[in-house]
Design a protein around this ligand. Structure first.
Ligand SMILES: Cc1cc2nc3c(=O)[nH]c(=O)nc-3n(C[C@H](O)[C@H](O)[C@H](O)COP(=O)(O)OP(=O)(O)OC[C@H]3O[C@@H](n4cnc5c(N)ncnc54)[C@H](O)[C@@H]3O)c2cc1C
Length: 430
């Protein structure tokens, strides 16, 4: 007969300490991700939420105005296929639909660097007919197995989706310029969320709710009501401690929308804004990409995108750069384009040059990011947003991450659940 003594020591499973209740949060960076995180954390009942912002809330998505033409550094277009994100936009913003007959944005690509014979962007079946050797492109498309994209690297992926000819014509040099490196060195991290295929019509956000609010600022103002905003440049050290002007920052949680490692590499972007004399539009579409010929990758015509009546049109030229920014060369090229290709006289120009904008998706960076993410498990840092998650995403995704930070806060402070939840939040990027 076995006896069971009450004094017997039964080995216990180690207890994971219950996370302490969160009342204070510091959000580093007041862009879309940071504003949304601050707003929803406040809504959740946190008593003290502070944003540390280097410049102005809104980040890349802060709207300015030039002679009645709204413009930003970043998200010109508001789009989403998610009902709950659409509701967030509609709470504070008015949607102006794209000024095209079907209410959708249609972009174009200039292969030769002029505006006379532009092709569809994203590439459509019609593009093939414009090529010098359409038979070759059709033959290559015929060889493709659509169910088996090649994820080895970005170049292999693109060729496996659209064939060598279309890749060489439209994609190769564009990506070389945009990422300042050979597409073979690029990981396919972000293409997992963007199936690069030949389209029938050139609508980029087909089927999605899309438009422009004219002014994004009411959303940033509303989201930061009741939130302290402190001006300053924060940085994280190797142990994920956050400092501002050498002093440590302390809160129950630290939401970081800035990179969690100084070593993570990004591409910098210099936008050259040029106002030209023009009472209508001067570009073939509100958004034209240039894979070849120039240092800039695209031109956006704000007036056309938003349809404002004025005697000038405002263009932005997007110049990616990596190590050093040849500012004078960029400005000269933008002005040359206006005078010689558009045949329009620049009235005014200015430059907005920002560092660490597009996360560079190389294996090295992605491995470092994974490692840093694992390190957050035992810290109070919650990385979100484009830089925090080292993910090429649009503004609605950044806002979604801010919202989910509050919705899943309990998991995000739980050492065993945190990384899985962060990886869940990094899914479905666009
Ligand atoms: C040229 C361009 C065009 C784009 N077009 C679109 C588009 O059409 N539609 C769309 O949806 N998205 C677009 N995007 C993407 C969109 O801008 C980003 O997805 C979005 O801004 C990301 O939000 P975020 O909060 O993660 O980062 P950010 O907007 O970059 O905000 C980060 C904030 O942190 C602050 N900050 C940085 N470092 C520090 C520091 N050390 N200390 C304190 N504060 C700091 C910055 O000042 C900034 O306010 C575009 C981006 C660019 C650059």
């Amino acid at each position: 007969m076995t006896s069971c003594s009450t004094n017997e020591q039964v080995p216990r499973r180690p207890q994971i300490p219950e996370p302490s209740p969160v009342t204070t949060a510091i959000v580093v960076g007041g862009g879309p991700a940071g504003c949304a995180a601050a707003y929803y954390l406040k809504q959740k009942g946190l008593s003290d939420v502070t944003i540390i912002e280097n410049s102005e809330v809104g980040g890349c998505a802060r709207t300015r105005s030039y002679q009645g033409i709204p413009y930003e550094f970043g998200p010109q277009i508001m789009f989403t296929d998610k009902e709950h994100l659409r509701k967030i936009f509609e709470t504070w913003l008015t949607q102006h639909k794209p000024p095209s007959p079907d209410g959708e944005y249609h972009y174009v690509v200039s292969v030769e660097g002029t505006i006379d014979d532009v092709h569809d962007f994203p590439i459509t079946v019609k593009n093939i007919l414009k090529l010098p050797n359409p038979e070759q492109a059709i033959w290559e498309l015929y060889q493709i197995d659509p169910d088996k994209p090649d994820y080895t690297n970005f170049e292999r992926y693109a060729v496996s989706r659209v064939g060598q000819t279309l890749y060489e014509t439209y994609i190769k040099n564009y990506n070389r310029k945009a990422w300042q490196m050979d597409p073979r060195e690029m990981d396919t991290d972000w293409v997992n969320f963007r199936p690069l295929t030949l389209k029938r019509v050139n609508s980029r956000f087909s089927g999605q709710w899309q438009g422009h609010p004219g002014d994004y600022n009411p959303m940033w103002r509303a989201m930061t009501q009741g939130v302290k905003v402190e001006r300053g440049k924060a940085r994280f050290d190797d142990e994920l401690r956050c400092y501002i002007n050498g002093s440590p920052l302390k809160a129950d949680v630290m939401v970081s929308t800035i990179p969690i490692s100084e070593e993570l590499e990004f591409i910098n972007t210099c936008l050259v804004f040029v106002a030209v004399k023009c009472d209508h539009f001067c570009m073939p579409a509100c958004f034209t990409t240039f894979p070849n010929t120039y240092d800039f990758v695209r031109i956006l015509e704000y007036k056309q995108q938003f349809f404002v009546e004025s005697e000038t049109s405002l263009l932005s030229f997007d110049f990616p750069w990596r190590r050093q920014c040849p500012l004078d060369k960029f400005v000269e090229e933008a002005l040359w384009f206006c005078r010689n290709i558009l045949k329009r006289e620049p009235v005014e120009h200015w430059v907005d040059n920002r560092e660490r904008i597009y996360p560079l998706a190389t294996r090295k960076n992605l491995q470092l990011f994974q490692h840093k993410l694992e390190q957050t498990r035992h810290s109070n840092v919650i990385p979100i947003g484009r830089a925090g998650m080292h993910a090429y995403c649009s503004k609605d995704t950044a806002i979604r991450m801010g919202l989910e930070t509050a919705q899943h806060l309990e998991e995000l402070i739980h050492p065993e659940k945190k990384v899985n939840r962060l990886l869940e939040m990094r899914k479905d990027l666009h």
